[in-house]
Write a protein that binds this ligand. Structure first.
Ligand code: 5GP
Ligand code: ZN
Length: 113
């Protein structure tokens, strides 16, 4: 856990969130400012700043998170959805703890704006 990291505090239960799912490696919760009818975030419990910090030593949790995303979406009956991770300021990253947005329930454009 990293001091002053919002998502470390959410994963640790120190800051409340609307939980979707939790296990020993990851935590999923609804986004506070949803951009689609369904919008939740999946994060590793261990602090990783972004996709740019994924390496051979910590990447197993990323595979696990994608398994969790597939399972959660299947359970929720979501057949079409988007998984997004923003890296860096220009891409729109505002929280510097790795997170995957899962968005569903509306038409989406490509490329994103
Ligand atoms: P980013 O902008 O880094 O790609 O995504 C960060 C996301 O975290 C945003 O969609 C934002 O709405 C969400 N967020 C920021 N603070 C909180 C919070 O305190 N609780 C929850 N549930 N979501 C948050
Ligand atoms: Zn963190």
């Amino acid at each position: 856990m990293k001091n002053d990291c919002l998502f470390c505090a959410i994963a640790g239960g120190e800051i409340p969130s609307n939980k979707v799912y939790e296990d020993e490696l990851c935590y999923a919760f609804y986004d506070i400012a949803p951009q689609a009818p369904t919008h939740f975030l999946v994060i590793p419990k261990a602090h990783i700043a972004s996709v740019a910090e994924v390496n051979g030593g910590n990447s197993a949790v990323v595979a696990h998170i994608f398994e969790v995303i597939a399972r959660l979406c299947r359970e929720k009956g979501l057949e079409s959805y988007r998984v997004v991770s923003n890296i860096g300021e220009q891409a729109g990253q505002s929280v510097h703890h790795l997170h995957f947005h899962v968005l569903s329930g509306r038409d989406m454009t490509w490329p994103p704006g």
